[in-house]
Design a protein. Structure first.
Length: 362
């Protein structure tokens, strides 16, 4: 009798930054989750099992993930070649190094538009000739193109909780969300604090408003957090929310009337695109939540926010404060347009279809 058993397809990922558990990690793992839903088994090249962290910190529930020792750190060429040949699809988040892959199809997932990560020497061009590049935003893709790399854009999706959020009563809150850290594309909570104090001093109408700063903080960044708290000392309307739950974060978005985003502030984008916001998921979450969203005009937010239509872009303090002074009718129009934009572009269904088109060719 003829054996009609279908061979299980396999996909694997090597991300040297996997334990960061940031937005980029959620993005690439979400791609693998779509593949698992299509029957693929999933392997991550990492020396410890991070399943619980992936579920708890990123909110992704896999039916099961295999963890394989990190052959890219210690393995020789023969080991890598033999192992990768087992996979139908292989994904790599580069740290600037490249290698030949014998997997069926290969992808470099590009989160950061940093030139040193994409130096295409003759050797690297040979190593990546059977790879395709996936960018997390048009902004990242545009910089890759300048460096001679063509890529396909695959935006992340917003959790269903944001897509299905109903309008809620807004409170006198200005919210800014982002990890508390100084490195790379820092969220510049220091500027948010200073400008909030200036706003209250310049316009009495904001005397009763509060500034809420929310985000994760690691042990090595505690000093930065303490500096921020010191700069806010004496102003009891500045609140800090660190390492809070997802539901608490959603609640903050629902309550906030305004959302401020300062990543990329005072950065020369042409010299250092990596120091700007590469995509900007939190402004999108704010738009989905009915916040009037204001982002520094740089990087990803400059492409996802239509100025004065779905949100606002600014360069200076005067521009930000001026654009906050709008009528209730305009506020409502902005909220409706922002929500329509999010629903049309950042739902899971849209994300899934794009993954299927790029990866599965369906």
């Amino acid at each position: 009798m003829k054996n009609t058993t279908t061979k299980e397809k396999k996909a694997a990922l090597y991300d040297p930054y996997l334990d960061t558990m940031g937005g980029g990690e959620k993005h690439i793992l979400s791609i693998l989750k779509v593949l698992q839903d299509h029957g693929y088994s999933i392997t991550l090249f990492w020396d410890e099992d991070l399943s619980s962290e992936i579920q708890q910190k990123l909110g992704l529930e896999f039916r099961g993930i295999s963890f394989h020792s990190n052959i890219f750190r210690d393995g020789d060429i023969l080991t890598k070649t033999k192992k990768l040949s087992e996979y139908d699809s292989f994904f790599y988040v580069t740290d600037g190094s490249y290698f030949f892959s014998t997997a069926g199809q290969n992808f470099v997932f590009c989160m950061v538009p940093q030139k040193s990560l994409y130096h295409m020497s003759i050797a690297n061009k040979l190593k990546t000739r059977n790879y395709r590049f996936i960018a997390n935003s048009e902004f990242t893709a545009r910089w890759l193109s300048r460096w001679g790399i063509q890529s396909e854009v695959l935006y992340p999706y917003l959790p269903t909780e944001f897509i299905k959020l109903k309008p809620a009563k807004k409170e006198k809150i200005i919210l800014s969300v982002g990890r508390f850290f100084r490195q790379l594309h820092a969220k510049r909570q220091d500027i948010a604090i200073q400008w909030f104090i200036d706003l209250q001093n310049k316009n009495p109408k904001y005397q009763e408003y509060e500034l809420h700063l929310a985000g994760s903080v690691s042990e090595q960044d505690q000093d930065y957090l303490e500096e921020l708290k010191e700069s806010a000392k004496g102003n009891d309307r500045i609140k800090f929310h660190t390492n809070i739950s997802f539901s608490e974060m959603v609640s903050l978005y629902q309550k906030a009337e305004y959302y401020w985003h300062f990543a990329g502030y005072d950065v020369d984008e042409n010299e250092h695109p990596e120091r700007t916001e590469h995509l900007g998921i939190t402004p999108l979450e704010a738009m989905a939540s009915g916040c009037l969203t204001y982002a520094y005009r740089a990087g990803g937010p400059a492409e996802t926010i239509a100025d004065s239509k779905t949100g606002f872009l600014f360069k200076t303090q005067d521009e930000l404060f001026e654009k906050m002074d709008i009528s209730d009718q305009t506020k409502n129009q902005i909220r409706v347009s922002a929500k329509e934009y999010i629903d049309a572009n950042f739902s899971y269904d849209i994300f899934k279809k794009t993954v299927e088109h790029i990866i599965l060719n369906t």
